[in-house]
Design a protein around this ligand. Sequence first.
Ligand code: MN
Length: 303
Amino acid sequence: MNGTATVLARKSLLSSRRAPGRHWVGDGFPVHSLFGYSGAGVAERSPFLLLDYAAPTTFGPTTQRRGVGSHPHRGFETVTIVFDGEVEHRDSTGAGGVIGPGDVQWMTAGAGIIHEEFHSADYAKRGGAFEMMQLWVNLPARHKMTPAHYQAITDAEIPRVALPQGAGQARVIAGEFMGTRGPAHTFSPMNVLDLQINDGHRVEIEQPEGWSTLLAIRAGTARIGDEAELHPTDLATFSTQGRSIAIEAQGELELLLMAGQPIDEPVVGYGPFVMNSRQQIEQAIIDFNSGRFGGIPSSQSSQ
Ligand code: MN
C-alpha cells in the first residue's frame, strides 16, 4: 500500500465448463463431478485430483442411514467441506466425528485408510438443506505412504479475511491469503479459499506464478474479464503463468478457489487409489484385499 498501482500479469483462462449432471455417491450424496484424475487437463489441475460437488439440495427427515459405507483410499488426501447439513464419518484409525456447516475435514489417506461417510443421525432426523464439496488432493510420491490421519477443522478455526472495499470475504482453509494463514497442514504448497464476493464488486486475487488455479462456482455469476461468465457448478481453470485473476460478481457470488504448486509426477489412479505407477495400484489392491488397511472398529454398533 505505497500508493503505486502495481499491475500484475494475469493468469489466462484455459477453460471454463459446466458440470455434468448429478450422480449418487452411495445413497447420501448427489454430486456433480467437476473434475477427476483421468482424461484431459490432469496436469493443469495438479496437485488437485478430483472435485465432487453436492450442490444445494434438501433432504426430508428420515431414520434411515444415508451415505456411503466402508471403502478404502490410498495415496492422496480427501478434503470434505460442508456448507449445509452434517456428515458423520468413522475410519480404520479408530477416529470419527461429525463435520458440520462451515467445518472441513482434511483427511490424509496416505498408506491406506478405510472409512465410511454418512449424514449424521441428528441431521437425518430433522432433514433440511444440504451442500458440500469433496476435494481430492494429491500427495507427492515421497509422502504417498505416510500414515493415515486427519485434521478436523471447525468453522471457528478458519480465519476470515475481509476483501478490500467491502467486496466480501475469504475463509482461508489452507495456505495463505493477504497475510493470513489457514489451519490445514498440507504436504505441498497450496491455497484453498472459500470466497464470497458481493454483488457488483470486482476483486483482483493474487496467486503465485507457476501455480495451477481453479475456481468452482457455488452461487451467483462470476465474470472473468471479457472472457467468460461462470455459473453455479461451473469450473474454471487458469494458466500457471501469471500472478492474478480478476473476478467480478453478479449477484452474491460464492466460490471455492484452489491454487497449488503442480506435482510433476505421473498420476495413475484406479477408483479410490491414486499412485504413481500401475504396479503401485496392483499393490494397493493386494494390500486392501488381504486386510492390510485394517477395519472400522465396532462397525456393527451403529444404528
Ligand atoms: Mn471416501
